[in-house]
Ligand binder design. Structure first.
Ligand code: ASP
Length: 406
């Protein structure tokens, strides 16, 4: 960012600055594309496998149902907290009109998304299109703004139904497909990992071009965005979790936070729920005194499925970017955002940057250019570390509540 400002205010002519940016920007685009190319495979494999495993949860019985119900309830609360924080603090509000236009020029938003009415006709039409006629077509054209089909929502629907079908079909017949999807999922996780290694260069290029062309106003709105995400996460961590612990877990919040301080540090520094899982298992039994069988089940499932911090962050990010571009969100689209954030919280892998493909998916789902996430990638690591703390603590809260009631 500093390098970008230096070029902008170095006295070079506008054309010369543009020339420099043209050379640097491709590195950022390559980084974004590395992430984008994982979106469809991650979505189909993670969601169908996740739903198929829920079929197994049914067999685990009451503990499974309680965990699932609690996860969905608290994820909804997290997304609503995020949305409320954006509404109250309005992080994109201070963006000068000239900069908004500069952004629109850089990341063209389809005209239909900027219009007030729901895209592609009424609500009924939008709902009908969620059921795909040809899921492959929706996968291929999911990022195409001129496509009038269901797009990403249709792919989600298809993956969901595929998962249900896999859970119901005879296991001996579906084992091969499951193994194949698992292989695809694991490979995509590795690919995200490789992509993240390129992040320092990609992020440099993205932020450099942004600050060289837009100047200080981008810094101001980014700081407000970070403040809103952190405020939402802190609220969820200390207020929502404390209420849940006292009301349903019969555990004093002071006791809980004292005994999980070290765990929060591990989550913060690794930025990965999965990497924190072994330490979380130990903390649950040794320090919080939870039942071992219940906490093992809830925490293992929760490391991937219960990601409140991620759901909250996604809600804020999507509304923030929509606000930056002046894309008005209809009631249907706002409900879509909530649904997608909850689903994405369930489907996101507990690895660093695991939720980035989900953000792309949600942006595409509501007509905001997915490339615009380049604006926030530069500061994502800090937010990733912070949301992971909330994710891991959420798993422990779930374990405490389910353990007490079982
Ligand atoms: N890093 C997060 C986790 O492991 C996932 C994400 O939001 O990117 O919990």
């Amino acid at each position: 960012m500093a390098a970008g400002f230096a070029v902008r205010f170095s006295g070079l002519s506008e054309t010369a600055v543009e020339g420099v940016v043209r050379w640097v920007k491709p590195a950022g685009d390559v980084f974004l594309r590395l992430l984008f190319m994982t979106v469809m495979p991650v979505l189909v494999s993670a969601l169908s496998l996740g739903v198929a495993e829920l079929g197994d949860i049914r067999r685990v019985g009451r503990v499974g149902l309680k965990t699932l119900g609690f996860t969905l309830f608290v994820s909804c609360a997290a997304v609503l907290t995020g949305i409320l924080a954006v509404r109250v603090l309005n992080p994109s509000g201070g963006l000068p009109e000239a900069d908004r236009l500069a952004l629109l020029e850089r990341f063209p938003v389809p005209a239909s998304a900027l219009a007030e009415e729901t895209r592609g006709g009424g609500i009924v039409d939008a709902l009908v299109k969620i059921v795909p006629k040809n899921p492959l077509e929706d996968m291929v054209r999911a990022f195409d703004p001129s496509y009038a089909g269901g797009g990403i929502l249709a792919v989600i629907f298809f993956s969901f139904m595929l998962g249900i079908a896999m859970a119901l079909a005879p296991p001996s017949k579906t084992a091969g497909l499951k193994a194949c999807l698992e292989g695809l999922f694991e490979s995509m996780m590795k690919l995200i990992d490789i992509g993240m290694r390129f992040a320092p260069f990609g992020v440099f290029a993205l932020l450099f071009s942004l600050s060289a062309t837009m100047g200080f106003s981008i810094l101001a709105i980014l700081s407000r965005y970070v403040a809103v995400v952190l405020a939402g996460l802190l609220f969820h961590l200390f207020i929502t979790y404390s209420v849940l612990l006292s009301a349903f877990g019969r555990m004093r919040p002071g006791f809980f936070f004292r005994n999980t301080a070290e765990l929060m540090l591990i989550a913060f520094s690794t930025s990965s729920s999965n990497a924190t899982l072994p330490a979380a298992l130990r903390t649950a039994t040794d320090r919080l005194g939870l039942k071992q069988d219940v906490s093992r089940f809830v925490l293992t499932l929760g490391a991937t499925a219960n990601q409140n911090g991620t759901a909250l962050y996604e809600g804020v990010t999507v509304l923030f970017l929509a606000g930056c571009f002046g894309v008005p969100l209809t009631l249907v689209q706002q409900a879509t955002v909530i649904l997608l954030c909850v689903l994405a919280g369930v489907g996101t892998a507990g690895v660093p940057g695991g939720s980035l493909p989900a953000v792309v998916m949600i942006l595409a789902g509501i007509g905001v250019p997915a490339e615009s996430m380049g604006i926030i990638l530069g500061i994502d690591r800090l937010l990733d570390m912070s949301r992971t703390v909330v994710n891991v603590q959420g798993d422990l809260v779930a374990a405490a509540v389910v353990s007490r009631s079982s």
